[in-house]
Design a protein around this ligand. Structure first.
Ligand SMILES: NC(=O)c1ccc[n+]([C@@H]2O[C@H](COP(=O)([O-])OP(=O)(O)OC[C@H]3O[C@@H](n4cnc5c(N)ncnc54)[C@H](OP(=O)(O)O)[C@@H]3O)[C@@H](O)[C@H]2O)c1
Length: 236
């Protein structure tokens, strides 16, 4: 498949590496232009391109940038991209640690609903609930005992099916979590967020999430990240 990446950092770069290794034709873009990605792209077997070309480069386009940066993407980026192209959002909104306040999300819009509105295209929410390190190290063949599962949310069954197939190919059990309006179930801090769970446990964790706690979940996750950073800093 042709897969375009907007964002080639920890998560986007790791996913791009994996997918190129699986034989997909991967294009990758960042905010600084293709020249800045020459070395990474050569190492992982991808083509460095501009953001505009990455949006046009795939049957699947994966947006893997900080949430606040979505507002900086070129206007009309997907205007001439065929509707059949699947757009994936890997983002997590971190208002205190990284993104600053985004009013619409603070007023109750879900992270990926906001991204979809900004870019003017439906998105599939995927890969936001696994750390890059787990993605890099923990994929195993289908049927392996203890295989980690990854859930995917989206409104188009066809788009979601394409992403669920990628999840499986990458070495994780695919779980259809439901429509995008349920994607709060895997936003930061929820019971299903970045816990490296097997499929049955992941389904239970998604089901037990409490919608009234979205803001608290996020704040708890940001507090966890702060503690982690402080501990790492203390260790030098
Ligand atoms: N890291 C993880 O383990 C992980 C796990 C799950 C979900 N996520 C989420 O996935 C997203 C990406 O995370 P990350 O950890 O990969 O971040 P990162 O390491 O900071 O990388 C961000 C990438 O986005 C690019 N970028 C920033 N602004 C851009 C713009 N306006 N246009 C195009 N590209 C732009 C950056 O390129 P430049 O260097 O040129 O700015 C960089 O390649 C975030 O929303 C994050 O919360 C991350």
């Amino acid at each position: 498949m042709r897969i375009g990446f907007i964002g080639g950092g920890d998560l986007g770069g790791t996913l791009a590496r994996h997918l190129a290794k699986l034989g997909h034709r991967v294009s990758i873009a960042n905010s600084r232009g293709p020249e800045s990605l020459t070395a990474l792209a050569a190492e992982i077997g991808a083509t460095p391109v501009s953001v505009v070309d990455a949006a046009r480069a795939g049957e699947i386009v994966i947006i893997s940038i900080p949430t606040k940066a979505v507002a900086d993407l070129p206007r009309g980026l997907f205007a001439n991209v065929p509707g059949s192209v699947v757009v994936v959002d890997t983002g997590n909104y971190h208002p205190e640690l990284r993104d600053g306040r985004i009013d619409a999300i603070d007023r109750g819009m879900l992270d990926s609903q906001w991204v979809a509105q900004r870019i003017g295209r439906p998105v599939v929410k995927a890969f936001n609930n696994i750390f890059a390190k787990s993605l890099l190290e923990k994929g195993v063949p289908r049927g392996t005992t203890g295989r980690i599962a990854l859930s995917v949310f989206g409104d188009s069954l066809d788009a979601k099916a394409a992403v669920l197939r990628l999840v499986d190919d990458l070495g994780f059990d695919p779980v259809d979590g439901g429509d995008l309006h349920n994607s709060w179930r895997q936003q930061p801090g929820t019971p299903a967020y970045c816990r490296d769970l097997e499929a049955a446990a992941l389904r239970r964790a998604l089901a037990e999430a409490d919608r009234s706690r979205i803001v608290e979940y996020r704040a708890e996750e940001e507090a966890r990240i702060r503690r982690y950073i402080a501990a790492q800093t203390a260790r030098g």
